[in-house]
Write a new protein. Structure first.
Ligand code: ZN
Length: 203
């Protein structure tokens, strides 16, 4: 995939994500892997609903800039994910209300979800009957520490589809931007359902 094609895919994803209200106030960041040793990432401080090709830059898989620009601090989480799993081709990090609230309501290191048909939107799931678990890590402003925590969690047990950062938001990933977008949409739907169940006292 060329940098330009990758940028176009993320520009389109950003417009749609912004319409859902999942990246307010320049929050969030997106990336696509470009081969074995680099990724295209959004630059710091750009609004994700109004991205242009100039809002992207390339970094190596340790977050070091390879082209002009200032990468977002959270780039280190994206590049850690690319190093941990070479099947990950795209990462979308968003700050939605459901992911922010639900991760604060859950004290555990995992969010468990079961009984929802939408679980099948997450690759590898054929049924609503099994419980799925999404990792939650505590928030910090130290992105090197956050990336290290995720690496340690991963080595204990590889993670699937995405992870929540408590009180902060969601990292969703996939083989490519389409699969990452489907995982993002499926997870957000599940978060909204789970929050509604808890609001109604059904959990
Ligand atoms: Zn963030």
């Amino acid at each position: 995939m060329t940098p330009s094609t990758a940028a176009q895919a993320l520009i389109e994803a950003g417009r749609w994500i912004n319409q859902q209200g999942w990246c307010p106030a320049t929050g969030g960041n997106f990336s696509i892997r470009l081969g074995d040793d680099r990724a295209l990432v959004t630059q710091s401080g750009r609004h994700k609903g109004h991205l242009t090709e100039q809002d992207f830059m390339q970094v190596d898989l340790f977050g070091t800039p390879l082209t002009e620009g200032k990468p977002s601090a959270e780039t280190l989480v994206h590049t850690a994910l690319y190093r941990l799993d070479d099947t990950i081709g795209a990462v979308l990090h968003t700050h939605s209300v459901p992911s922010t609230v639900l991760s604060r309501l859950t004290a555990d290191d995992w969010l468990s979800l079961e009984g929802f048909e939408m679980q099948k939107s997450l690759s590898g799931n054929q049924t609503h009957e099994e419980s799925i678990r999404l990792a939650i890590v505590d928030n910090t402003q130290d992105m090197t520490a956050l990336a290290n925590t995720i690496e340690q969690r991963w080595h204990t047990q590889p993670l699937s589809w995405g992870l929540l950062v408590r009180g902060h938001g969601l990292y969703a990933w996939g083989r490519d931007s389409q699969e990452a977008t489907r995982h993002l949409e499926g997870l957000e739907f599940l978060f909204a359902c789970e929050l509604e169940m808890r609001r109604l006292g059904a959990r």
